[in-house]
Write a protein that binds this ligand. Structure first.
Ligand SMILES: Cc1cc2nc3c(=O)[nH]c(=O)nc-3n(C[C@H](O)[C@H](O)[C@H](O)COP(=O)(O)OP(=O)(O)OC[C@H]3O[C@@H](n4cnc5c(N)ncnc54)[C@H](O)[C@@H]3O)c2cc1C
Length: 552
């Protein structure tokens, strides 16, 4: 493609650069099934973003998706109403969506949901940003307002990416959807860096020779803020985020992220195979999904699923979306359900922890001019102390405001994991009073806070997957599970998908795209095929396949 304006970046993940957005938008549709298969039930375990995407597309194809959900529709797209005003919600999981998430935005557009820029650090959607590091505070509206050392850090990051990770070539290949170049470069990087932590990658760069620069980078990072909690992770995880601009140009969903999976549950598609016009997932389920799954067993006709009510049903195909650790204890299953090497990948799966605490306020008081003038009372805050990240959301001067008083990952999340909501609020207000002396946040708070720690949630056990150094091969096994030719016949028909299976865990785009892989797999498993002229992810697999690293 040649044009004066650069093509937009998509989350064309370099490990498997399939254009899911084009596949979804193609007028020929995603495929078709043999006539006798219409209305065949397919189990979909989990009603989060992956489960709803898979169920919605399976319904459109004429199958009968049967959703099971142990908690509530939405999964990690969880919007919780404030006790003091249930019309206002806090996004406890996903809350900011990069515009490069083209498949996710396909569904946001389908439902007509409103978006607006997310108030990230130093973004135009943020009143101002306060950086509190090593006891020193800097206030800035744009990066240029910060002291020179911050520019040096930004330049060091840019230089490191260009010199060590061929970023310009990667970015340009993603924009042009030049998959051959993308794979050539990325496959080289996978081989070079799979065993490298993010911190090791930085420390090995001449541009980051200074500890002070690495420390500031860990605190301020890029895009959405500090990245030091990702320092132990494989650097490949971070390079994917940078190359696909997953941490840039992020939008929030006005009214909460949960509207997206809930919207798919209610939506009546305009074009449907087999089902009468007006059919929705909600109507197929008489209003609610089946209870959580407790057991999966192989059977002559496919898979037998038992749910919490004790009922057992058999399906020719199953789409499984929860955290894969649930297969280790919450859902009873035989060792032969997956190949041994897939179980190893399940066991080795590594999750990031995350905690958040939100409060509702009487109004966006942080926009008041601070005593002494010149700037607002509070800004989006990045601190190396307990709160780590404070985000501010306002709907205008006369309406209540929402403050995310703390968003943390890993060790920072564990620090508060055993505290009650009230204890968390008290300690966060104390810490923030040290950063903003004289600002009485508590006097503006309406009602009780809402909080979460994902690693202690019984059906999640973590926020999202993040591979450690040396785990590329495990991710590859899980991701490629939707292509089942190499599996024993009794293992075919079960499709793992969702955040854990994706190359870009922690971004809902990966939940959507792996669900689409599962849809392709189910259609093929049931004897169907892709639409002429619109090859699906499995059809292009050999061309786009993730590179194989030697096992020996
Ligand atoms: C703190 C946090 C912040 C995030 N921030 C962002 C962000 O800003 N932007 C972004 O794009 N993404 C973000 N993400 C990632 C995004 O939320 C996920 O990628 C996406 O929501 C995952 O969807 P999923 O369907 O794969 O999994 P889930 O949403 O976890 O869905 C799985 C479902 O399975 C259910 N379940 C579990 N066990 C069973 C069982 N036995 N039977 C039946 N059902 C079961 C669960 O209750 C759940 O509803 C964030 C996630 C977290 C946790």
């Amino acid at each position: 493609m040649t044009s004066a304006t650069p093509a937009p970046t998509t989350m064309l993940v370099p490990d498997f650069p399939f254009s899911y957005d084009s596949w979804l938008a193609h007028p020929a549709g995603l495929g078709s099934l043999p006539a006798g298969r219409a209305g065949t039930p397919v189990a979909v375990v989990g009603a989060g973003m992956a489960g709803l995407t898979a169920a919605y597309e399976l319904m459109r194809l004429g199958l009968r998706p049967v959703l099971y959900e142990v908690e509530r529709i939405g999964g990690r797209m969880r919007s919780v109403p404030f006790p003091a005003d249930p019309d206002r919600v806090a996004d406890m999981g996903a809350m900011r969506f990069p515009v490069s998430s083209r498949a996710l935005f396909h569904y946001i557009g389908l439902l007509g949901l409103s978006t607006r820029p997310f108030p990230n650090p130093l973004s135009p959607a943020t009143p101002g940003t306060l950086i509190d590091l090593n006891g020193r505070r800097e206030w800035a509206r744009t990066a240029e307002d910060l002291p020179a050392v911050f520019q040096e850090v930004a330049e060091a990051w840019e230089k490191t990416l260009q010199e060590r990770a061929e970023l310009s070539t990667l970015s340009s290949a993603i924009r042009q959807r030049d998959t051959a170049t993308l794979k050539l470069v990325w496959n080289r990087l996978v081989a070079a860096f799979d065993d490298q932590s993010f911190y090791g990658f930085l420390a090995g760069s001449p541009a980051f020779r200074s500890f002070r620069h690495r420390e500031i980078f860990g605190q301020v990072g890029f895009g959405s803020g500090g990245w030091d909690t990702d320092f132990p992770n494989s650097v490949l995880e971070v390079l994917r985020v940078v190359a696909t601009e997953a941490d840039a140009h992020q939008m929030l969903l006005v009214g909460g992220a949960e509207q997206l999976p809930r919207g798919l549950w209610e939506h009546r598609p305009g074009s449907l195979a087999h089902w009468p016009r007006g059919t929705s997932l909600a109507s197929l389920h008489n209003g609610s999904p089946l209870p959580g799954v407790t057991a999966i067993r192989q059977a002559a006709e496919g898979f037998r699923l038992t749910d919490r009510s004790g009922a057992t049903r058999t399906y020719p195909a199953v789409v499984y979306t929860p955290h894969v650790w649930t297969l280790l204890h919450r859902v009873s299953c035989p060792p032969g359900l997956l190949p041994a090497e897939h179980w190893t990948a399940v066991e080795r799966t590594h999750y990031m922890g995350a905690s958040k605490l939100f409060v509702l306020t009487d109004r966006p008081f942080w926009r008041d001019v601070a005593p002494g003038g010149g700037r607002e009372t509070m800004g989006m805050t990045l601190t190396d102390r307990l709160a780590r990240g404070v985000y501010l959301f306002d709907d205008g001067p006369d309406r209540p405001g929402v403050m995310c008083l703390s968003y943390t990952w890993n060790d920072d999340s564990l620090k508060v994991a055993t505290l009650s909501a009230e204890e968390r609020l008290a300690v966060l207000l104390e810490r923030l009073a040290e950063i903003y002396p004289g600002v009485d946040i508590a006097s503006h708070v309406l009602g009780d806070p809402v909080t979460v720690t994902w690693e202690t949630e019984p059906h999640f056990m973590g926020a999202f997957k993040a591979n450690l150094p040396g785990q590329y091969r495990y991710q590859r096994r899980l991701f490629t599970h939707f292509l089942q030719d190499g599996l024993a016949p009794a293992q075919r028909g079960l499709f793992l998908c969702g955040d854990d299976i994706s190359w870009t865990a922690g971004f809902a785009e990966g939940a959507v795209t792996t669900a689409l892989n599962a849809v392709w797999g189910v259609v093929r498993h049931l004897g169907g095929s892709s639409a002429a002229g619109n090859p699906g992810p499995g059809d292009l697999f050999s061309e786009l396949a993730p590179v194989e690293l030697p096992e020996g």
